[in-house]
Design a protein around this ligand. Structure first.
Ligand SMILES: [Zn+2]
Length: 386
């Protein structure tokens, strides 16, 4: 039997003094490590990860883990409560306009207050050149934890930026983990996965049909905040001639379908895919599943968006997840004000959108009425099979 614990962490305090909190579930398995961190719903309308975590509760009850897990469903009550009428606007923080998944700290990068790094990976590598890989892993994690403690201590004197409150609460949990999974959804999309470049074994273990490979560069997202410092550490040792220090931590963004959809039944399937990946990492016993189909991958640089060439109403011609050839019709943008010739015909209202290159149409804009210039469609190009 696994041992469970629940804590609640405050991610924002309102003007009325009400604290918005996120529930943190600790599942202590046979061993403390490997430790997985999973969170869901950091973007307010991206709900399905909550169903996946609920199904994981049941799965972990039947199958006590070999390692341990930290599970945080509904991690961002701020985003989820940003409702206007029926509509949840939960990607950007009303208070700052910033994307909730771009505000994390780059712990081996320049600090927010000076050009010095929070943790200097090169200096750490030089000082630990004769340590074993295990000592390096543990020592570097302590250095990252110490950096977060310094930021927390500083906030006791100078106050804590509201934007940073959520990021810091999350990163204090994430820093402990060996593998991190941030559960999102696309706008209108099938299931797809962001993985660190080259992680083909892990990508196959997830068995998610579409994979975008992310280079180790920090852009503010949680998956990058989790794994890029550890890549920096591995690279720093590489520069000093040590090849036996791998990247010890991986981070993934798992996109579970479309926003504003929620299904407990699909959540069971999502939990099976996540459990398979957890087997790959040794958090659960046993071997990962072999995917039943070919997985299509592309580099993130080859994941391209088509901006709407006109305003109007979007008529998707293909469903998200469909392979297309260059020149194929993928959508129509329809605006009746373009009907100037009499008699008016529906064809006069249509601007066709065709695939600029061959690839896979992965994602459509969430809404059916768009201005010119918004991201209409995102597609994978230069795809390969994993
Ligand atoms: Zn998202």
């Amino acid at each position: 039997m696994a041992r469970w614990e629940r804590k609640d962490v405050t991610v924002r305090t309102m003007a009325t003094g009400h604290e918005l909190t996120a529930p943190v579930f600790y599942c202590h398995g046979k061993n403390e490590r490997p430790l997985a961190y999973l969170q869901a719903n950091v973007h307010g309308a991206e709900l399905q990860g909550n169903a996946a975590i609920l199904a994981l509760f049941d799965l972990l009850d039947r199958e006590p883990p070999k390692g341990s897990l930290i599970l945080v469903p509904r991690v961002n009550p701020v985003g989820e409560n940003q409702q206007i009428g029926d509509y949840v606007q939960g990607v950007y923080d009303f208070a700052s306009g910033l994307n909730f998944n771009r505000g994390y700290l780059y712990l081996t990068g320049p600090s927010r207050s000076s050009s010095a790094c929070y943790v200097d990976a090169d200096a750490f590598a030089a000082a630990n050149l004769d340590s074993t890989p295990q000592q390096i892993r543990d020592g570097f994690r302590e250095a990252l934890q110490a950096a977060l403690e310094t930021i927390r201590d500083d906030s006791k004197t100078w106050g804590l930026d509201a934007r940073l409150e959520l990021a810091l609460a999350v990163q204090e949990l994430v820093v402990e983990a060996d593998v991190v999974m941030d559960l999102h959804t696309g706008d209108r999309a099938p299931r797809y996965l962001y993985t660190p470049a080259g992680m083909r074994g892990a990508a196959r273990a997830f068995g998610i049909p579409f994979v975008l490979e992310v280079p180790p560069r920090f852009g503010g997202a949680l998956d990058e905040a989790a794994f890029v410092p550890w890549q920096d550490l591995s690279d720093a040792f590489h520069r000093l001639g040590r090849e036996d220090v791998p990247r010890f931590v991986d981070g993934f963004t798992v996109e579970l379908g479309s926003m504003n959809t929620f299904s407990m039944l699909q959540g069971v399937e999502d939990a099976k895919r996540i459990a398979s990946a957890l087997r790959h990492y040794g958090v659960l016993e046993g071997l990962p599943d072999e995917p039943a189909y070919k997985i299509a991958g592309c580099a993130i640089a080859d994941y391209r968006s088509i901006m709407a060439p006109a305003g109007g109403l979007v008529d998707p011609v293909v469903t998200p997840g469909t392979p297309v050839r260059k020149g194929d019709l993928i959508a129509r943008i329809v605006d009746v004000s373009r009907c100037r010739r009499m008699p008016p015909l529906s064809s006069h209202a249509v601007v066709e959108v065709r695939a600029p290159e061959s690839g896979v149409v992965l994602l459509f804009h969430a809404f059916s009425s768009v201005p010119k210039g918004v991201r209409l469609v995102s597609m994978m190009t230069n795809t390969f099979t994993i």
